[in-house]
Design a protein around this ligand. Structure first.
Ligand code: PEP
Ligand code: MG
Length: 580
């Protein structure tokens, strides 16, 4: 049994057989051969070794001609390793005696060698392990040929283990079959994590290198509450986790009873609880949990889940479907927030050294006016179907906001000329997720109908920590006093200018922060649908004067650790039955 600790990003427990995706998206099935297939499969293995050797030899010759013999030496080493007699004997034994498929044998044998090498001391060793992974990948590519399996084609229940999954790959996972996933890299604020939550798949990211220990087919447990992954669990551990799953369902069933009750504090202040969605089908999940509408529709996922840009008609249809399904409840359509970790197959910007500081979000939209205009037209056209508002993401300067509003005005004028209908009173807001926007909020207040605080980005830009990087994950927290002060500033400025302000970052999906956020003056929160019942429960048990006291106290604290400890104490007073 091996216990690995990572970052919990999507709650739930999954127990099952693992499927390893290598960096190129191959899946390595644990397949056993029938006795009479063994000879043919050995021949297939030998052909793959020969083809891989020929390929490396071609590289060796080319590099040697262009860069000299020394630079080509690594290819000779690869050829030697690939044709090592010990390796060939081990593979043959696995295929003939244990009846493993060649793919599975290659993966097992080479990962075994890589693991031994990784455990040896010395700077040189990790590089040698990388060489072995290279050889594994090359051999697998030849073995698989065109039979490359894609994530979307998984059709048996598995837990997916991968080095990384992009948000768009994650959005292709079918929750019917993919019961959980684990990645070696990634952080709590990454969009991959957000999509996992949307799909309701337990997920743990940022485990660090561990895939060399797994080859596929083993049993594992993914604990999406604690960020733990257990490989080869024993019977007792499996039984304990099964029990936990039952307990969780009992707790969730109790919370379900809150669905039709309002989120009203003990002293009768109504809190608006809205849902965050990435895909139209999530509207139903929001309604099931008693959301008052959608406070954030991440429309870019319409672009991410396909290879070509959606047309105006396709977008209009998707937005209309969401607005109609909400039956008059509000929906805030955030305009495309692409770039950085959310890059579809569409013309990506030049290589960027710092994509999160580069051409992303509203900047990318303004640089692609055709794409942006098409979306604005689609949102406007859909606005007759329900209660739609428009929100611009990642605004960092007033000029950007004015530019975006100008494009919206032009889209309206075009529709006017065409005689197309749209909601003439449509509200226009912006996300507050860059410290510069907080500092300049009084000026922004002159330009918008509402604000929504995006803590996922605000944390990363306020604290200079990449939201997707596991190595700085310890610094990435909403509990940091600097973040809380920025939220406080934003709320106070918006209130003084009488512009409504809400929050849609992941922070408000955690009951730990509910009292603080109400105490700071927020009355509207938009969160992951699954988190609505628990946050509603906190709202119903507190009164505002105690929330204000909590907020005042938190504003005096000096570290994230102090803030968390204090908030846990306060939460346990109102929710003693839930461990925090
Ligand atoms: C945020 O940054 O808080 C936010 C809600 O937007 P996203 O997570 O999509 O960047
Ligand atoms: Mg954001």
């Amino acid at each position: 049994m091996e216990r690995l600790q990572g970052i919990a990003v999507s709650p739930g427990v999954a127990i099952g057989e693992v499927l390893v995706m290598d960096n190129e998206g191959f899946r390595i099935p644990r397949r056993f051969l029938s006795r009479d297939a063994v000879d043919d499969e050995m021949e297939r293995l030998d052909k793959a070794i020969a083809a891989s050797t020929a390929e490396i030899e071609r590289h060796r010759v080319r590099v040697s001609q262009q860069l000299g013999k020394d630079s080509a030496a690594i290819f000779s080493a690869h050829i030697q390793m690939l044709n090592d007699r010990g390796l060939r004997a081990k593979l043959e034994e696995m295929i003939r005696q244990r009846h493993y498929s060649p793919e599975y044998a290659v993966s097992r044998a080479l990962r075994y060698y890589a693991k031994i090498i990784q455990s040896l001391e010395g700077d040189y060793m990790p590089e040698r392990a990388t060489d072995i992974f290279d050889i594994e990948k090359r051999l697998l590519r030849h073995l698989f040929g065109k039979r490359r399996e894609e994530l979307a084609h998984i059709n048996a229940e598995v837990l997916v283990l991968a080095h990384t999954l992009t948000p768009s790959e994650t959005s292709h996972l079918n929750p019917k079959y993919v019961k959980g996933f684990v990645t070696e890299i990634g952080g709590a604020g990454s969009h991959t994590a957000i999509v996992a939550e949307a799909l309701g798949i337990p997920a743990v990211v940022g485990i660090g290198p561990f895939l060399s220990n797994v080859s596929g087919g083993e049993t594992a447990i993914i604990d999406g509450y604690q960020g733990v992954v257990i490989l080869h669990p024993d019977e007792e551990t499996i039984a304990r986790y099964r029990h936990e799953v039952v307990q969780y369902h009992t707790h969730a069933a109790k919370l379900e009873k809150l669905r039709d009750l309002p989120a009203v504090t003990a002293d009768q202040v109504t809190i608006q609880l809205l849902g965050n969605i990435e895909f139209p089908y999530e509207v139903e999940q929001c309604q099931k949990r008693g959301a008052n509408g959608i406070g954030l529709y991440r429309t870019e996922f319409l672009f991410l889940s396909r290879d070509t840009e959606p047309t105006e008609e396709e977008q209009t249809a998707a937005y209309t479907a969401v607005a109609t399904a909400l039956k008059g409840q509000p929906v805030v359509m955030r305009t495309i927030d692409l770039g950085a970790d959310k890059m579809p197959g569409l013309s990506p910007p030049e290589d960027e050294d710092n994509p999160f500081l580069g051409l992303r979000s509203i900047r990318l939209a303004l640089k692609n006016p055709e794409m942006f205009r098409t979306q604005l037209r689609a949102i406007l056209r859909a606005s007759t179907a329900g209660n739609i508002s428009i929100m611009f993401p990642l605004v960092s300067t007033l000029l950007e906001l004015k530019h975006a509003k100008m494009m919206l005005r032009e889209a309206r004028e075009d529709l006017d000329e065409e005689g197309a209908a749209y909601d003439r009173d449509i509200k226009v807001g912006m996300m507050v997720e860059v410290p510069s926007a907080v500092v300049m909020l009084d000026h922004f207040a002159e330009e918008v109908d509402f604000f929504s605080i995006g803590t996922n980005d605000l944390i990363q830009y306020a604290l200079a920590v990449d939201r997707s990087n596991k190595d700085v994950a310890g610094l990435y927290t909403a509990a940091d006093p600097a973040v809380i002060r920025l939220i406080d500033m934003a709320v106070r400025t918006a209130q003084s200018r009488e512009v409504p302000i809400s929050m849609c970052g992941q922070m408000c999906g955690s009951p730990l922060y509910t009292m603080l956020l109400l105490g700071l003056g927020l009355r509207s929160l938009s969160l992951t649908p699954a988190a609505i019942p628990e946050v509603k429960q906190v709202c119903r048990r507190v009164n505002l004067s105690s929330c204000e006291r909590v907020a005042q106290r938190v504003l005096e604290l000096e570290s994230a650790r102090d803030v968390k400890t204090y908030l846990k104490e306060e939460l346990s007073k109102v929710l003693p039955e839930v461990p925090v």
